[in-house]
Write a protein that binds this ligand. Structure first.
Ligand SMILES: Nc1nc2c(ncn2[C@@H]2O[C@H](COP(=O)(O)OP(=O)(O)OP(=O)(O)O)[C@@H](O)[C@H]2O)c(=O)[nH]1
Length: 319
């Protein structure tokens, strides 16, 4: 979308820039050229970095600058360009940033046309532009809230409230990018799985199993650092992401958490629950998928070795 907008503006404004130069209307030609350069930069930057934030900010600022310059050079008869500039800015930026930028813009425009129009025109313009500002702000705020809510729904496990597989994949992508850039940093993954969970469902019912999963997630999240994060991969399989933690420290923590789970009081006194874990430290040469595969393989080994075990990818030979 932003690629189309920036590419479209570049191609749309370029002929006008050339036309103005031929007409020797240098001020407008310079402004048009500035827009063309700015949007070309956005287009190329977006293609290379895929960073939409910079693109949104740059297009919004260019829009405001272009409209202000037009009104400054061509006078109050061009003041109607304020309305699309307001809605465009609220479309591109967060409600707060857009409100700041457009407030400054509106004050600037009022300052520029002040002496060119009569009082009634100025009043009408101020009220209509103010109303556009307010409705754009309210609309943008609502959209922003809904976007945050939808993002939360799409990345949260409904039963336990911890992040789901999608959020885990986003996190791993962020971490693998960071460690490839700074290879001295470490990060370890711990795949946790409740042992014989099917028996709990079969003996006490699915509802009891659900309560165990919820309590398990609570126990884990309340015993890790703020920088660590915990996710449900699906079923009774969970993943702990430990930043700045090597394999050795991750194994020690996994054991500690496993012991904590064993000591936990569940809603039924007779429940005794243990966990198994597979641990792998990130190797900058591998993909996040391969990293997860190694932790999963270690978990498989832990189950195979009798459960209630904590095994790292270095504890067995892969050859
Ligand atoms: N209550 C509940 N059960 C679930 C949920 N998701 C998956 N399960 C159940 O979890 C059980 C997992 O069983 P298995 O894969 O055999 O694992 P297990 O019994 O823990 O055996 P090991 O992992 O080998 O120790 C299955 O019975 C699933 O139906 C859920 O959201 N709630």
């Amino acid at each position: 979308m932003l690629l189309v907008i920036s590419g479209g503006i570049t191609l749309g404004i370029l002929p006008f820039a050339i036309l103005r130069m031929m007409q020797q209307d240098w001020a407008i030609a310079a402004m048009n050229l500035g827009i063309v350069l700015g949007t070309s930069f956005v287009f190329i930057h977006l293609l290379i970095t895929k960073n939409a934030k910079v693109a949104r900010g740059t297009i919004a600022v260019l829009t405001i600058l272009a409209m202000s310059t037009t009104i400054f050079l061509k006078g109050a008869e061009n003041v109607h360009w304020v309305y699309p500039a307001l809605t465009t800015t609220f479309f591109l930026l967060s409600p707060k940033r857009a409100a700041w930028l457009t407030s400054v813009f509106l004050l600037l425009v009022i300052g520029m046309i002040w002496t060119q129009v009569d009082f009634l025109y100025l009043l009408t313009f101020t009220i209509s532009a103010g109303a556009t500002f307010l409705f754009s702000f309210a609309f943008s705020k609502r959209m922003h809230k809904q976007a945050i809510f939808l993002e939360h729904l799409a990345t949260t496990d409904a039963l336990t409230g911890v992040g789901n597989r999608r959020r885990l994949e986003e996190k791993l992508l962020e971490i693998t990018r960071k460690i490839r850039r700074y290879p001295q940093q470490t990060c370890s993954l711990v795949f946790f799985d409740l042992d014989y969970f099917k028996r709990i469902n079969d003996t006490h019912g699915h509802g009891c199993g659900d309560l165990v999963l919820q309590r398990f997630a609570e126990v884990m999240t309340s015993n890790i650092r703020d920088v660590d994060s915990f996710y449900r991969l699906g079923g009774e399989e969970f993943v702990l992401v430990l930043e700045n933690t090597d394999l050795f420290a991750a194994k020690a923590l996994a054991k500690k958490l496993g012991a904590q789970v064993e000591r936990t009081k569940w809603h039924l006194d007779e429940l005794k629950i243990t966990t198994s874990a597979g641990i792998a430290q990130y190797d900058p040469k591998e993909s996040s998928y391969d990293w997860m595969q190694r932790a999963d393989e270690a978990l498989y080994r832990a189950k195979d070795a009798g459960r209630n075990r904590f095994i790292t990818s270095n504890d067995y030979s892969t050859s």
